[in-house]
Design a protein around this ligand. Structure first.
Ligand code: DAH
Length: 365
């Protein structure tokens, strides 16, 4: 064998050499991650002169001279990568050593999770219900999607009556024909998202038991969205029907509510107004909580407007099957959001905030 042949036999091709290096790097990192040998032991084992990598490095002379530079770069990269893995192991161990003990004080108070509370509108609904309960009004539920009949017609507002315009109503078409067994639905064919809680009046009368003392609190919907309106809001509707119910009873019930809800200094007044479903009709004002009726920047003349009320119109009693010659009644309907905001004293400049679900805002109430 010539010298030349001898040298050829000892040549290691660069790709093969690099392949061996990669394989070693992989095995070394795996060992570092899984063994419980110390970092120092590992350094000798993996990077020392007698290590596999050390032995291989010495054979770099067998790589053809043209490739030796590149292979040398890879050797250094592999060594650095193993060194980094060793450093990482070392610092993880020192972290563990400097970490506080696993010991913990079982008597120490726990961390309180953040606690929620009811939305201001839900709080108001509960409080309104409780106050009226004390004078015998029971909270009832009536549909929030209802026939036009209950929302308008039965309340003395036939189709196309101009008074309806005020309610900016969402109408829904009845899908298909009303059930044949309920022929009377013919006149009720149109469905609405209730624009007020007054639809509960005739529904309550239809239950057929007298006297009536109901408080209907529900969602209402109108085609309105601006700083003082949301398309969904809440109203509470009171209805009292019995023999010899008078405006005096209406005034008494209102004052009872205002004193219970706003405090003993508050009184209400009735201001003549017009609604199709009450005769006479009133708007209800409450004396201003800031100046107690003297007149200030908030109220101007000492009074704040709350909502509508009146003596139930004879036609409405008739719609509910009640004889207006024997029975009379009063009704009122106010916005829950408005009533609640007046209590909290917050001059909300945008009522939409109530429904924007921003916890920072809602936490205030
Ligand atoms: N439903 C009326 C509205 O939404 C408010 C109202 C006025 C209700 C007079 C009543 C009432 O029961 O008697 O504007």
């Amino acid at each position: 064998m010539t010298n030349q042949q001898d040298n050829d036999a000892l040549t290691i091709a660069a790709p093969h050499f690099i392949g061996l290096l990669m394989e070693m790097e992989h095995q070394a990192r795996e060992l570092i991650a899984t063994t419980d040998k110390s970092a120092e032991e590992l350094r000798i084992l993996l990077l020392g002169p007698k290590s596999e990598l050390g032995k291989l490095t010495k054979q770099i002379r067998q790589v053809p001279p043209v490739d030796r530079g590149n292979v040398g770069v890879v050797v250094n990269e592999v060594k650095e990568s193993i060194e980094k893995a060793l450093q990482k192991k070392l610092s993880a161990i020192s972290d563990q050593l400097s970490a506080p003990n696993d010991w913990f004080d079982v008597t120490a108070p726990g961390i309180r999770p953040p606690e929620g509370h009811l939305h201001i509108v839900s709080q108001a609904i509960t409080e309104i219900t409780r106050i009226f309960e004390r004078i015998g009004f029971t909270r009832v539920r009536h549909p929030e999607v209802d026939w036009d009949w209950y929302a308008f017609e039965s309340l003395n507002m036939p189709p196309h009556h101009p008074a309806r315009d005020e309610w900016e109503t969402f109408f829904i078409d009845y899908p298909g024909k009303p059930p044949a067994s309920r022929a009377d639905l013919e006149r009720k064919e149109q469905i609405v998202l209730t624009p007020h809680t007054s639809n509960g009046q005739v529904r309550e009368m239809e239950k057929g038991s007298l006297p009536i003392r109901m408080i209907n609190i529900a969602k209402c919907y109108r085609r309105q969205l601006d700083v003082s309106h949301t398309p969904m809001f809440h109203q509470f509707e009171g209805l009292y029907v019995d023999k010899e119910v008078s405006i005096g009873d209406l005034k008494g019930v209102m004052d009872f509510f205002f004193k219970g809800y706003y405090g003993p200094d508050r009184v209400s007044r009735l201001r003549p107004f017009h609604f199709q479903f009450t005769e006479p009709s009133f708007e209800v004002d409450i004396n201003c909580g800031v100046c107690l009726g003297k007149g200030c920047k908030l109220c101007k003349d000492g009074w704040l407007e709350l909502g509508g009320s009146g003596m139930v119109h004879p036609n409405v009693l008739r719609s509910g099957g009640i004889d207006p010659n024997v029975y009379s009644g009063f009704a009122f309907g106010w916005g829950v959001e408005r009533v609640a905001m007046m209590k909290s004293g917050t001059k909300l400049d945008d009522v939409r905030l109530l429904y924007s679900n921003d916890v920072r805002f809602l936490e205030q109430f």
